[in-house]
Design a protein around this ligand. Sequence first.
Ligand SMILES: NC(=O)c1ccc[n+]([C@@H]2O[C@H](COP(=O)([O-])OP(=O)(O)OC[C@H]3O[C@@H](n4cnc5c(N)ncnc54)[C@H](OP(=O)(O)O)[C@@H]3O)[C@@H](O)[C@H]2O)c1
Length: 250
Amino acid sequence: MSGAGPEHARKVGPMTSTSTDSAQKAPAKDPWDLPDVSGLVVGVLGGTGPQGKGLAYRLARAGQKVIIGSRAAERAQAAADELGHGVEGADNAETARRSDIVIVAVPWDGHGKTLESLREELAGKLVVDCVNPLGFDKKGAYALKPEEGSAAEQAAALLPDSRVTAAFHHLSAVLLQDPEIEEIDTDVMVLGEERADVEIVQALAGRIPGMRGIFSGRLRNAHQVESLVANLISVNRRYKAHAGLRLTDL
Ligand SMILES: NC(=O)c1ccc[n+]([C@@H]2O[C@H](COP(=O)([O-])OP(=O)(O)OC[C@H]3O[C@@H](n4cnc5c(N)ncnc54)[C@H](OP(=O)(O)O)[C@@H]3O)[C@@H](O)[C@H]2O)c1
């Protein structure tokens, strides 16, 4: 196990339990002790768009093996060639088949249909949903309310044989894609049902310099996380920024 969290946080904290306690209970696991994910292949469905391409670029630049997916293999190949860093391109189905971790970066409109059509290829895979169901009108962006509760819960309902998590909602695709920017200064809220899966995604986020993956609860609380993007869009418009998110006291 090698940590992917910040160096200072990986240290095991002081032992506070008595010897009798420790004989009975295993010491609590350091939450920053995250698995080594450097050998896992990451696929990105909808990887030809700004968000997917930005994530693919950052992960590949950090040394991760990345496959960009698209509805059309040639579009994926073109995006992969543009990014370099060993990124490959394939259609969404092949991307899902060849990957250990599959990031879903398609628009909310195409979310349900895309996942439904890839149920077989995504079986057993760790799926990371970063889709924000949003509407836009003349007042700006607002959160939509998916029937299942959230995009992530829709994914979990459609993919009963996959390990569905949610993360990477609050990133700026502009910053991700800018090669002049060395570090992406932000936390990534990671949600899921299985602690081990969440930790893999936290570790994946931690591969990107400046980023920290933070366990943020179960999928039933994904709606707020997805919706918060509507607020970030308002912030960005007002301050002409690409605002990220930091959780303090961690
Ligand atoms: N942009 C951001 O800053 C940002 C940040 C955080 C999260 N997100 C989330 O990430 C997702 C992708 O964002 P984006 O801005 O990259 O979106 P996008 O450019 O609109 O779409 C991404 C890719 O999805 C594919 N696609 C388009 N319509 C589709 C459909 N109906 N069914 C299946 N695939 C379709 C397209 O690729 P092909 O035509 O090649 O298949 C497209 O290049 C969104 O759900 C968004 O909420 C975005």
